[in-house]
Design a protein around this ligand. Sequence first.
Ligand code: ADP
Ligand code: MG
Length: 729
Amino acid sequence: MATLRFKALQDLMNKKVPDINFNEKRVPDIYGELVFNDEAMKKYLQSSVYKQVRKAIDSGELIGRDLADGVAAGMKAWAIDHGAVHYTHWFQPLTDGTAEKHDGFINYGPDGKIIEEFAGKHLAQQEPDASSFPNGGIRQTFEARGYTAWDVTSPAFIVGTTLCIPTIFISFTGDALDYKTPLLKALHAIDEAAVDVCQYFDKNVTKVYSNLGWEQEYFLVDRGLFLARPDLVLTGRTLMGHASAKNQQLDDHYFGSIPERVACYMRDLEIECHRLGIPAKTRHNEVAPGQFELAPIYEEVNIANDHNQLLMDVMKRLARKHGFEVLLHEKPFAGVNGSGKHNNWSLCTNTGVNLFAPGKNPKGNMVFLTFLTNVLVAVYKGQDILRAQVLNAGNSHRLGANEAPPAIMSVFLGTQVSAMLNSIVEKVSDNKMTPEEKTALKLGIGRLPEILIDNTDRNRTSPFAFTGDRFEFRAVGASANCAGAMTAVSAIVAHQLREFKKDVDSLIDKGVKKDEAIFQILRRLIVESAPIHFDGNGYSEEWKEEAARRGLTNITDVPESIDTMLSDHSKEVFVGGGILTERELEARHEVEMEKFVKKVQIEARVMGDLVINHIVPTAITYQNILIQNVKGMRDIMGEEADSLTENERDLIRKMSEHIKIIRNTVQQMIDARKRANKLPDVRQTSYAYSNDVRPLLNVVRYHVDKLELMVDNEMWPLPKYREMLFMFD
Ligand code: ADP
Ligand code: MG
């Protein structure tokens, strides 16, 4: 019965650690060799085409058909030289992961012979039959067409034998059906809004770039053990499993030496990343046993996000080659840390100034102060908007679980920056500042150390931490498409920067000098946004109480959080900011509700199947052995046996109780699902799943985990926590 589990364990014992890949080539020699990058374009495109396409890339404009034909010709030649025989539009629908539909270059030529064809029309736009992607009611069946259109700002690349072209995905009516479209709009919005504000300080600023450095956490489990766990295979997490006697309490895994088998995998992964132009840099063990992290050097947000999407794919593929399965679920194992994906985010001007880094002089620090303060306000007003992008079925197991940021949003600033903000509040008054006051203030700000990075305390409990020259949004889940979080961050900050400019301009119109107007508005904003600033321990109970006193929201229920997407402020930010239309926003709200329902529904079904078909039968088999034992003892010893079999009889009774509760709860879960499914709309269904179905999963789990401790180890069908988490030891 437990054959799969033992077969996998047996295989594991016999597995040999592969040799590490000593790639003879050096990193610069392989870097980007699978990417149609600037170098490849120069080589494969006619110089006039190259110039035009370069211009389109820099301006982010769409390109016309003529140009597309020229680019396609060069891209085809390059791709074929690198072994490609297919091409695909690679896009990011509102599911987990990316989508692709491959077409061969193969076609009939004019004379009926087979040729390799790839023209501008294949590159620029496609019409995949994509009617089954989530669309939140936007696409009716009569207009089920979806279009993908090339995102020229993200270079094409080759995976295996397929040329992949990064695209946006929109409906026949032009509504966004993906993560990329609103991201590009939000990046454009923050560029514009930030440039306008920068112009107060430096007229040379004409472009503001957004940067993202993500840190991808993940678990590795042996593939054999993984396949013996239907819950892992079907839901990405273990729905049951008693905690291992040892887990992470000794802190001996974090930053420990990387197990040999994993190091081999990581090396192959890095090489593949580098060939694909993903600048993988950092790798280490994470807190939980079997948990690791990979981080690249940061890049422009859109590219960084495409790279993260691509990375998750590459990770899964290579893991299988190494006999592993990669788990990107936010909480694959109860009782040990889950996985997140910190988003390190910053803004940088065309003049090379990082807007979140203290400047070299008082003027530079005014810029820093201005952007920092506006981020504070944006997060304060947009707490719910941010949360709605990161809180989902998977991540809800993690947020607020004393290992990840709480569901309460707050910003960590560190002592020096906090002191600087305080000095503004103290020194600037609503009255006109004296020239002396102004000088003192400017000097005070000017005294901020140039490099704060090493000085900011490492507060790991803050969901949105200032880390010296960037912000780190830590509440993002490991499996997420960063575009959701980055769209939200960019949208709320763009919105706030526009408000800021309006306020400053109106004071200037009233005759207030520019510097003073900026100071006065900043002062007001610092005071106004004070509740979101918190440098203390975000995991503590006191913070929950304190946050409530401050009026911060603390939403842990997934549907409730999704509902905030439709708040007035959310509409103002997304619709008002030109990032999503009202219809698109409503569609996304519906898609999220639907995703939540489906995920919980699948978990509940898998749980039901597993306990009824795996766990309960195993428990009964073992119970029968006990019963035989008790009976046999009585046959041999008569009544004398009763005192000796007391424990066995107790165990038999307890097992029956657990089995009974499990069966009843599974039935309750089925009934609750039936009721929920009958509700008139997905929003109500979603709440019903959250309130009535989900809690029952925990009840079943509790009793299954108790049985795991009672049943003979030899009979237990599912790989145990200790086996999955400590297979490297
Ligand atoms: P941590 O100490 O937070 O674990 P890591 O070195 O693991 O730091 O990762 C930090 C991430 O932040 C990297 O991807 C790094 O490139 C990125 N990063 C560094 N500076 C910036 C910046 N100015 N803007 C955006 N990301 C940055
Ligand atoms: Mg880190």
